[in-house]
Design a protein around this ligand. Sequence first.
Ligand SMILES: NC(=[NH2+])NCCC[C@H](N)C(=O)O
Ligand SMILES: O=C(O)CCC(=O)C(=O)O
Ligand SMILES: [Fe+2]
Length: 351
Amino acid sequence: MHLTTADTLARFALTRREVDEIEGLLSRLMSRHDRADNPGFLAAAALHAQELPLRLRSTLGAMRTRETNAACVVSGLPVNDAAIGPTPRHWARQPDRGSTLREELWLVLVASLLGEIFGWATQQNGAVVHDISPSPGHEHTQLGSGSSETLAWHTEEAFHPLRCDYLALLGLRNHDLIPTTFASIGDVTLDSEVRDVLFQPRFRIRPDDSHLAAEDRTAEIPPGREGTLLLAARDRVDQMNSSPQRVAVLSGDPVAPYLAIDPYYMDVPGDDPPARAALDAICRAIDRRLREIVLRPGDIVLIDNFRAVHGRASFRARYDGTDRWFKRVNITRDLRKSRAHRLACDSRVVY
Ligand SMILES: NC(=[NH2+])NCCC[C@H](N)C(=O)O
Ligand SMILES: O=C(O)CCC(=O)C(=O)O
Ligand SMILES: [Fe+2]
């Protein structure tokens, strides 16, 4: 079987005029909002995003509706390296969130062209805009804060039924040009027997370690429904870890399927050699198609989390304030489907 091969990685370079327009929009928004993740700004983000240049809006509109490409790199917005401050050594340790307000507004606006932004109660303490930077002690982990090991390619939250439709990564600092890795299912060729097996619920995907981090569990349990939801979310992660359901890797249209895969956290239960062989086959096919995307400061990559996998090359962390530093958001096309797991209809945190 040959899946559709429309080019999977689009590159969108902002013109000088578009950069000027965006700078103006960001300055106006910065005078009115002190954080990119405050509820007031998030509620209006989709509206403000309509002030982004038309060419950008239509490119991302096509990515959303026609599934033309599985990723798009938007480049050209300058970032002042001194102004954003030193790279934090831990996601919770950025001394002044205001130092990246401009860049976070940029990320949230662009992401809002694809859908609604949300975070996980069990990840980075419910933050909606995540920090990705290397942390001491995490070098050999499979976390965004790892470094010395390759971050194995994956679907973001492959284990979770409410996983994002898209994720967006913003480069703030990347002096060593350490690449993000990327491959689209649209570039992968599979035998029809392999594909048929991957469409069946014969696989298990456990939560990745970012949802189990002990540090997320030290905070006090809040009272009321929030506490109830938080404890239930932790229990669910624990359960998905101890007794995961059997799921399919591929879904949707057999000739242009969607994908949920995270081999590092997967296994094939029971005596099922054909399922094992099918998983190995798709992993090899994806490995062959894996390519590198180097995000420079100001660049945003939007990744279709139903059609592409991503990861990161290994590198040596510096821990001197000049390390690679990204911001990340999850995007859903439909916030309503997670309503049972959120406190309010407009809340962005999924428990
Ligand atoms: N193979 C994996 N899924 N590794 C985990 C990916 C990193 C994880 N999303 C984090 O925020 O730290
Ligand atoms: O650092 C990167 O380029 C990708 C990180 C990533 O995939 C993650 O944090 O889930
Ligand atoms: Fe990821």
